[in-house]
Write a protein that binds this ligand. Structure first.
Ligand SMILES: Nc1ncnc2c1ncn2[C@@H]1O[C@H](COP(=O)(O)OP(=O)(O)O)[C@@H](O)[C@H]1O
Ligand SMILES: [Mg+2]
Length: 364
């Protein structure tokens, strides 16, 4: 059987590192074949975080950072290929999301850095990058882009499903048995919990959500956080670190807040904003499939299960792909769409004027 191998590179708002996934896209249903992950060096992570806010000299810093990202991405691709069977080393293309450092669709732009030319040079492989700009140029949010792939991977013709990606931000996709796909960013996923765990525990994340699980959410604080207008905006909508960041959280916190109670409240904020988005927009959902690193936060998924019962909550691995591989696989699939000259966006999701072929192609 012939194969059509693509690699996807996804480094999301969590700024944890990059996931590289190899997918066979010869058949209509994508088949994941391998996964490699490279954590970002602390200096690279710090620079990316700094570039999310404006600063003097940022053009040069962004260019240098984009080079460092390309080297990290090339390393992840090398790991992926080294672990692949000998007959799985010929990639058609690499779909590279890049690192979002600014997302302002309302001002007509979104910026994902990562030097795609350098990545093509280092890997000697065709690279597809800058997937979001064309959708924004067509009046869309440029996000989320994963729903089209979620549909290819997880749609079922007898069951209305929702897919939830718990990355730094959280986004949901509506996959009805009949009818059209919808979706939007619900708000923060892990990013606020991550920053709070880093600040108070010195850990990269609240391991399995154990710290949050040891306290009860503060109802008044939760209400203050949920009053953020983003949560009640109608879709299409997308968000990022430009809104949900440390300054946002600090503005809402009372002066003497118990850090662990705040963590429990942040977990509740993520769970509740997802549950409300589902109830408000996708009431008919019969199953929720979750992916993204947040699936490993057991306290969070347990809370989601409780809020959504009796709707079952499945990890994506029950549906053929590991949770940490889904978003990278989506960019492998989007790369194939670009190479074939097919659209990658769903106008009903992003709000773009029409379907567009997404991405810029850098030949091998
Ligand atoms: N064992 C764990 N316990 C709690 N949270 C985890 C765990 N493993 C991963 N995560 C969360 O998942 C995040 C990474 O998820 P990922 O899907 O890569 O997000 P992004 O696409 O934004 O990079 C981490 O920042 C962390 O919040
Ligand atoms: Mg990540």
């Amino acid at each position: 059987m012939s194969r059509e191998l693509y690699a996807g590179l996804m480094s999301g708002t969590s700024l944890d590192g990059v996931d590289a996934v190899m997918v066979d896209l010869a058949a209509p249903k994508p088949r994941p074949l391998g996964h490699a992950y490279r954590a970002f060096e602390p200096a690279l992570r710090a620079e990316l975080l700094a570039l999310n806010a404006g600063a003097h000299g940022e053009l040069e810093r962004a260019a240098l950072c984009a080079n460092e990202l390309a080297r990290t991405y090339a390393g992840a691709i090398a790991d992926l290929l080294a672990a692949a069977p000998a007959d799985c080393r010929e990639l058609q293309a690499i779909g590279c999301h890049g690192q979002t450092v600014r997302h302002r669709p309302e001002d007509g732009y979104t910026v994902q850095i990562g030097n795609a030319a350098l990545l093509a040079e280092l890997t000697r492989t065709r690279v597809v990058a800058d997937f979001r700009s064309r959708d924004v140029a067509a009046g869309g949010q440029g996000a989320p882009l994963a729903p089209a792939f979620h549909a290819v991977m997880f749609a079922n013709d007898t069951e209305d499903r929702v897919v939830l990606n718990l990355g730094g931000m959280a986004n949901i996709s509506w996959l009805p048995a009949r009818g059209s796909v919808a979706g939007f960013d619900t708000g923060p996923g892990n990013c606020l919990m991550d920053l709070w765990a880093q600040r108070h525990l010195g850990w990269p994340q609240d391991e399995n959500g154990a710290w949050a699980a040891g306290a009860r959410a503060d109802a008044a604080l939760l209400e203050t956080l949920l009053a953020e207008p983003y949560f009640s905006l109608p879709p299409p909508k997308s968000t990022g670190r430009g809104l949900f960041n440390a300054a946002w959280l600090e503005r809402k916190l009372p002066s003497a807040a118990d850090p662990q109670v705040v963590q429990a409240t942040l977990l509740e904020l993520t769970a509740l904003s997802v549950a409300r988005a589902m109830r408000g927009h996708f009431r008919g959902a019969r199953r929720l499939i979750v992916c993204g690193g947040g699936v490993r936060n057991r306290a969070l998924t347990a809370r989601l299960e409780a809020l959504l019962a009796p709707v079952p909550v499945d990890s994506s691995d029950r549906h053929g792909i590991e949770p940490t591989q889904v978003e990278a696989a989506a960019f492998a699939w989007l790369a194939q769409q670009a190479v074939r000259g097919k659209p990658g966006n769903l106008p009903a999701v992003t709000g773009a004027r029409g379907a567009r072929v997404l991405g810029a192609i850098y030949p091998a």
